[in-house]
Design a protein around this ligand. Structure first.
Ligand code: GRF
Length: 187
């Protein structure tokens, strides 16, 4: 199979990046991670990119033209899917328009509930009984694009932010790859 080229955007640990890289090593996974982009030069995920010899670039999001530079890089490399995996910067409407329908994000809640940050803290405060994660297309509104896949887990009385994050992330490592498969099954 001819694999499509994907770019993963990160800002931090990159554990979701790792899960996608692992999946992509299988011959029938639809994409290869051909580029990693970070807005944080200290993101741990960059160590992974180095380890797997994946080209990576760091763009300073405080620079005025940084998105323009990213777009150029992505177009030059013929990237056909952007996976936002813990990228802590909101993309501009213009950027999204340029790559419409080809940007996906993973969010640590059962969307449309708990858009935005501090999801675990808010869920625990509201005494929710279920948590989860959602992979969705990115549109101009924060955490609001069409859902590709979501999966829930139950919140136990003993859970705190740390244990909940751990549980949610363990399902993220499965659903991000499953969602990528689903995208290409349709095409
Ligand atoms: C994930 O939990 C994801 O849901 C959120 O940011 C986190 C990134 O973690 N958007 P990592 O960098 O993949 O470890």
């Amino acid at each position: 199979m001819v694999k499509k080229k994907a770019c993963v955007f990160i800002s931090g640990a990159g554990t979701n990046l790792k899960a996608i890289i692992n999946s992509s090593r299988s011959y029938n996974f639809p994409i290869n991670v051909s580029l990693v982009i970070s807005n944080n030069k200290n993101a741990k995920g960059l160590i992974l990119a180095k380890k797997f010899a994946i080209p990576f670039k760091v763009f300073n999001s405080k620079e005025y033209f940084f998105e323009k530079k990213i777009l150029k890089e992505i177009k030059d490399k013929k990237i056909s899917l952007i996976c936002l995996a813990g990228y802590m910067k909101i993309l501009s409407k213009n950027f999204i328009k340029n790559f419409k329908g080809k940007i996906v994000n993973i969010h640590p809640s059962l969307l449309p509930k708990y858009k935005g940050i501090d999801t675990f803290k808010r869920m625990l405060k509201n005494k929710e009984i279920n948590a989860g994660s959602t992979v969705h297309y990115v549109n101009e509104k924060l955490d609001s694009g069409k859902v590709i896949l979501k999966k829930s887990i139950s919140i136990e009385k003993t859970d705190n932010e740390i244990t909940l994050k751990k549980k949610v992330q363990s399902i993220e490592y499965l659903i991000f790859s499953e969602a990528i498969r689903k995208i290409y099954l349709k095409n």
